[in-house]
Design a protein around this ligand. Structure first.
Ligand SMILES: Cc1cc2nc3c(=O)[nH]c(=O)nc-3n(C[C@H](O)[C@H](O)[C@H](O)COP(=O)(O)OP(=O)(O)OC[C@H]3O[C@@H](n4cnc5c(N)ncnc54)[C@H](O)[C@@H]3O)c2cc1C
Length: 437
């Protein structure tokens, strides 16, 4: 039997592929819920993810899996609307004329920004079309230096810096140019007149989790089972011990895939990962009325959140019984962060005051409910030299025969962590196990 530690998307994807290959599999999930970071809350209609989620057109594996799991007709693609909140004004940023009208960048800044987005290097006056092909070439280049060199100082100060600060807080300066370029490429299809296409399954990603659970079979999934030890004999893994209500239970295994954050891998095997992770505080605010007409609002002004994501400007509020759903989110680099220290009530009061400051017409009376999730490890800091720190899928050389890793510190979760990356990581581990037999 192959033990899979973690019942998030990566663990469930691993288990599904292994079962298809004819292996016996047991998934051990510490909590009572499956889905990990893609778990959901109830609304008056379909459930909503605790942390915002959508797909980009460049993510192909997850779309294949959605097809295979019979959900293809439910996957809808819609144009995202993005905007930048600067000096008290919401500036839409999707269409060429909106970008041209944006007052905080010069015409020259916009030209340089546009060229970078189109993957064209215009430094020295002669366009080059292959400069940005290999992300690895930019692994050790500081993001600030890269932006100033490849666009302009104006682009850096007035466009990229607030976005980097929102994403990485005071760690933004450690991030590599490779991450930025990866993000530019990772964004999928854009229609020049309508913006970027984003995907979302009708009924939410909870449907994908349910379909994965069905494919794996409930009898092969143990919830409330936290892996606390791995037994190694003669250089090979032999058992996984899980802690349950009934105490510690050992399970004999022929192999184990650890599909969790790297700290769990370290506690089980001693393998140390040097990647730093940041945490997230994220609330879903259910409103009677829409706050804006933007899906993704980046905020350059002082605010307690880095972005406001109004989910029901991507998916109709009708899907949620008429509730308008807004995410307020902040990434946390330091456990001493004031917001991280607050209880949920404090966080929610902070969000509402922040929204009132930005949108004076906002009426608290229109709030139906707020739910807050927080997790200390939700995203890697993609700093310079990141790829050298990635955890290999096959850990036989470093830990013991039969030990594999499919969590967020794996190669598939670069240049950005995603559900697609979780599936690719799980699929890759399953293929390696099948191949190694
Ligand atoms: C704010 C935010 C926004 C995001 N936006 C998007 C997006 O728009 N699009 C997108 O594709 N992705 C997005 N993601 C990323 C996506 O959610 C993750 O990449 C994906 O869910 C990771 O899945 P995973 O299975 O690797 O890890 P997780 O979801 O973290 O699952 C790990 C599981 O392991 C369990 N576990 C931990 N320790 C143990 C143990 N000792 N024993 C047993 N079980 C254990 C945990 O309880 C958990 O269920 C976002 C994530 C966040 C936080």
């Amino acid at each position: 039997m192959i033990g899979v530690v973690g019942g998030g998307v990566a663990g469930l994807a691993t288990a599904r592929r292994l079962l298809e290959q004819g292996h016996q599999v047991t998934v051990f999930e510490a909590s009572e819920d499956l889905g990990g970071l893609a778990a959901t809350y109830e609304t008056a209609g379909h459930p909503i993810e605790r942390y915002y989620h959508h797909l980009s057109k460049s993510e192909e594996t997850i779309v294949e899996w959605i097809d295979e799991l019979g959900l293809e007709s439910d996957l809808a693609w819609g144009y995202s609307s993005t905007a930048y909140y600067v000096d008290g004004v919401v500036h839409p940023m999707d269409k060429p004329w909106e970008i041209l009208a944006y007052p905080h960048l010069s015409v020259y800044d916009k030209f340089r920004l546009g060229m970078l987005v189109l993957d064209i290097d215009v430094r020295g006056g002669i366009p080059s079309f292959d400069t940005y092909e290999r992300l690895e070439d930019f692994e050790d280049v500081p993001v600030k230096e890269f932006i100033i060199d490849h666009t302009s100082r104006g682009c850096f100060e007035r466009f990229f810096k607030p976005l980097l600060e929102a994403k990485f807080g005071d760690r933004w300066d450690d991030v590599s140019a490779a991450w930025l370029l990866g993000r530019v490429k990772f964004r999928g299809e854009r229609d020049p007149l309508r913006g970027e296409l984003l995907g979302y399954p009708m009924g939410g990603f909870g449907r994908l989790i349910d379909a994965l659970v069905d494919a794996v079979g409930k009898m092969n999934i143990f919830t409330g089972s936290r892996a606390v030890d791995i037994g190694i004999e003669g250089g090979a893994v032999k058992s996984v011990t899980v802690e349950t209500d009934q105490g510690k239970v050992p399970h004999a295994v022929d192999g184990v895939v650890i599909a969790t954050m790297p700290d769990v891998l370290e506690s089980l095997t001693g393998y140390e990962c040097e990647i730093d992770f940041q945490g997230t505080v994220c609330s879903v605010i259910s409103l009677e009325e829409a706050l804006t007409d933007t899906y993704w609002l980046n905020i350059a002004d002082d605010a307690p959140f880095g972005a406001l994501i109004e989910h029901t400007n991507l998916v109709s509020a009708k899907q949620y019984g008429g509730e308008h759903l807004l995410y307020a989110v902040k990434y946390i680099q330091d456990r001493e962060d004031e917001l991280w220290q607050m209880d949920d009530e404090g966080v929610e009061e902070t969000w509402l005051t922040g929204i009132e400051d930005l949108f004076p017409e906002f009426d608290r009376e229109s709030v139906n409910w707020i739910e807050t999730s927080r997790s200390p490890k939700t995203a890697p800091i993609y700093e310079r030299g990141y790829l050298e720190k990635v955890i290999p899928y096959d850990l036989s050389e470093y830990v013991a025969e039969g030990v594999y890793y499919a969590g967020m510190a794996s190669r598939a979760q670069y240049p950005e962590r995603s559900l697609n990356g979780a599936i690719v990581a799980g699929e890759t581990c399953a293929e390696l196990i099948d191949h190694d037999e």
